[in-house]
Design a protein around this ligand. Sequence first.
Ligand SMILES: [Zn+2]
Length: 214
Amino acid sequence: MTLFFLAFTIVGLTLSAPVAAHSQQDVWRLDLSGPLTYFIAEGSEESGFKEGDRTLAGWALEAWGRQINPPLEMVPGPEASATVRLYWVPAGAGLYGEMRARMVEGRLAADVFVRPDTDGLGLDISGRARLDPLFRDTVVYLTCVHELGHAFGLPHTSDFADIMYTFQYGGDFVAYFMRFREKLEAWDDIRQASPFSDADGGAFRSLYRRPGVS
Ligand SMILES: [Zn+2]
């Protein structure tokens, strides 16, 4: 809880800087000339965090990293300087998650906030999550993937097939999660099942493809 407020305070203070950087560059892109450093926070039980959620967040990062060949290099980094940080936040205003920009050591960085408590996400989601732990984990995992997509600079899309789809266009939340859930027989399957459409992968590659490699 304390960590959560601290994070928001830091983010609030630095939020104006990345906005300026963004408009200068026209495109939000993390500096990946070296390995991506990341920090995945511990969660508290009150936030609905479950053991295994940090692993899910790590898999979500890896899943994006595999969208280019060779896969993106990523290493855990200190909380103060990691380029991508992920925090678990307690129930709020019905949000699944959020990404906030920040600057660290003069470069663009991102904080991702994920709400692991599915109980407040509407009956369709919460009811199913209670009956089916893998559905609950799917919601948490895909929220990590979506918000990390923003951290990498991907905007929302209007195509329901995309992980970067936004429900501002309407649509069926349960179906969005179930299409991934249906690929799973066991928890470990989350790591290999693809959460992406072709367009998601293409959008990532257009930002991070390196010369001479696919
Ligand atoms: Zn979004």
